[in-house]
Every structure is written in C-alpha cells, then in structure tokens.
Design a protein around this ligand. Sequence first.
Ligand code: MG
Length: 281
Amino acid sequence: MAIVDSNRLMENPFYCHTFSLSFIMNQHRSKSFFVSLLLLPISAVAIAQESVPASGKTTTEQPAEIWKPQPREVTPGKNCCDQPVTAPSDAIILFDGKDLSQWESVNGGEAKWPVADGIVTVNKKMGNICTKDSFRNFQLHIEWKIPVEVQNGTHTQHRGNSGIFLQGRYEIQILDSYRHATYIDGQAGSIYKQYPPLVNAMNPPGEWNLYDIIYTAPTFTEDGNFLTYPTVTVLHNGVLIQNHSIINGKTKHGDGPIILQAHRDKTTSEVSFRNIWIREL
Ligand code: MG
C-alpha cells in the first residue's frame, strides 16, 4: 500500500514535482527513538500529520549548531581533481557538459541554469533543479567548484553554498570550507545538520572538488514497516569524509531524484558543476 503525501510535496521546496508516491516515516534524531510509521489513508487528517512528537519535541526542530572541534584539514592528492573523472560503462550520464536534458526545475519546466564551456552554474533566481529520473540505491559522482572570486555574505553559510539532495531529501553540503569556518555539521561534506565530515579535504576556490557518494536508501517490510536506516558514504577529492553514516530524519519509501541546490543567499558566488554521473546499485 502506498499513499500520496501531496501536502508534503507542496510544503517542501526541495521536492521535484515528479516525485510522487511515498511512505513517510517520522523518526526522532536519537537512534533510540523509533516512532511509529504513519500509514494513513489520503485524507485531510492524514495530510495534517507533519511529525510525531517524541520526548516533547517534533522532528521539525533543528538541532543546535556545532562548531568544535573543526575537522582536521587534509590536502588532497596531487592533481586529484584537475581532469574530469569520466564515467564507467554502466553509468547514467546526468551532465556531460552539453545540456541539462536530464534535469528540470523542481517547480516544473526546464532547468534554466546556464551551461557554458562544459560546466553548468547555479542560477539562484531559477531555484533548485532535479533529475528527471529517480533513484534509490546508487553511486553518484559529481564535480563542483566554488568561484575564485567567492564573496562573504552576512552569514558563514553565505559563501558558495549549494548542495546535493539524495533521494530528494538529505543534503550533502557544498560550501566554501577552504579556511572558512562555519558550524561543522554545515560545512562542505557534512550531511547537513546531522554529521560533519571526518576531515576537511577542500580545494581552494577556483579549483574543482569531487564528490563520490554511495547512498543506500531506507528499507521497509512488505507491509510498510520501517526496517533499516538510509546510509551514505562520501569521498571528497578521494578522501573518505563520511563512512557509512546513518542518516536520521524523515525517511522515504521509494525512489527519489537528485536535487542540486540554488541557495537563497544574496551573494553572487554561484557554484558550478561538471561531469555528473550515477550508477544504480
Ligand atoms: Mg547547501
């Protein structure tokens, strides 16, 4: 049985408009707090269920920002990121430098981010873009660059902020974290507001960074009961920064798109991408 959680699709700006059937399970950040799966029919009552209170809190609350200890800096291997890492034979090419034919706006319609010289650059005015296809378990390769003329905004998060949302939901952060401190569960390579990276393997602005992301979606029993958490492993410039990290939060049943973030800050330091491919697992 599956339900259409149309309210959640509308209230979450990150959802791709084609992202449809899903089970939603709310769970508290603490692993000890497994809460009940919402298996409700389509109704106003069901749609109003945003979260299940746990221990006096709701899952919509954001945890406190954590600033210490800052992850140790690691210099990536020499020439690790100069050339694009070409896709293996069984990969699905999501962006090869030519066009955004595999992408669309999360609001529907074309993905109107500019493509030039083999790279695509965020257009904040056009908002987030997502893959037309959805994925469940995958290996994702993506290359990104903070502009060399990166600017500070009014917040430590306003410096080359973008991100990659897995299964349409969990963000692997993109930020200029090269000698630029922010809360560690919000710096580049963090699972946003959940886990900081193990180390800081950031290249400086103007140089390419590589993410290799291995994502395993949550699993459910046939009758929809939650079985296992989603997990993610991330290499940043060839350096392990997330090691089979268990993702908390609202989990989804079913496939989801890859979403690239157009962060809504006021700086003009827009992030660029190239060479994006994915292997389904
Ligand atoms: Mg971000």
